[in-house]
Design a protein around this ligand. Structure first.
Ligand SMILES: C[S@@+](CC[C@H](N)C(=O)[O-])C[C@H]1O[C@@H](n2cnc3c(N)ncnc32)[C@H](O)[C@@H]1O
Length: 224
């Protein structure tokens, strides 16, 4: 088997452990050191695209829409959001780990067509949760893919993101009719209930990992 080459390492803030970027032939992987697992692989990205396509359906062709993507990963969701919105729109991408942004400025950026270079992209370096604290109406869509599902995986602090208080705060940052879309590797009916408790209208979609094949992932679509 062809070995992976280690391209970079990064410390996840708040003692979250080590994030690693590796390459095997043309495929890249961002994963947590040890047995904790993979966050993103460049071979499978259909459901990451679907997160943005489904989460932005309601703003197709709408002028001056504003979308928040958390986090950057390999940029597939960001690229799909930019494709889904109008030329006058803005897409903010929040990324916790500075090195992930640097990796996307290097060869990794080719995977999704260098969405960081789009003039509509604005980068927020930090925890996506910071952008919900003001509780001010700001976004037409919030697209969350920071863990592998609605529980802290990248670091334990992310558990708070899916709490009822956080979901209320996210709802407050959405404009009327706005959508919170959450990517998950599994279907969790308890999270649907949690979204409903936060007064969202909830729909879930099952999407395949890559081009109609592979694992089944869930996209939660929660409408204000
Ligand atoms: C699964 S990857 C995202 C994959 C991305 N959807 C794509 O299309 O490539 C998760 C990303 O979220 C970042 N992240 C994790 N927790 C975060 C947080 N609380 N705020 C912002 N970014 C976060 C990770 O560093 C990683 O880059």
């Amino acid at each position: 088997m062809i070995p992976s080459i280690l391209l970079g390492t990064a410390n996840i803030p708040n003692n979250g452990g080590e994030l690693r970027l590796t390459q095997r032939e043309n495929d890249f992987s961002i994963h947590l050191k040890g047995v904790r697992g993979e966050l993103m692989n460049s071979r499978r990205y259909s459901s990451e695209l679907a997160l943005a396509e489904l989460g932005c359906t309601h703003i197709k062709g709408v002028d001056n829409s504003k979308v928040l993507v958390g986090g950057l990963g390999m940029g597939f969701t960001l690229a799909a959001a930019l494709k889904a919105v109008s030329t006058s729109s803005q897409v903010i991408v929040a990324e916790l780990v500075p090195e992930v942004i640097e990796w996307n400025k290097g060869p990794l950026g080719d995977c999704a067509g260098r969405p960081l270079e789009d003039s509509r992209t604005l980068v927020h370096l930090g925890d996506v949760a910071e952008l919900f604290q003001a509780k001010q109406t700001a976004f037409d869509a919030v697209l969350l893919d920071v863990d592998n599902g609605p529980e802290g995986f990248t670091h334990a602090d992310n558990n708070n993101l899916y709490s009822i208080d956080s979901l209320h705060a996210i709802r407050q940052t959405l404009r009327s009719g706005g959508v919170l879309a959450v990517w998950s590797a599994w279907h969790d009916p308890k999270f649907t209930q949690q979204l409903k408790k936060a007064h969202f209208k909830v729909d879930t979609k099952t999407v395949r990992a890559h081009k109609g094949k592979g694992s089944r992932h869930t996209i939660y679509l929660a409408k204000k």
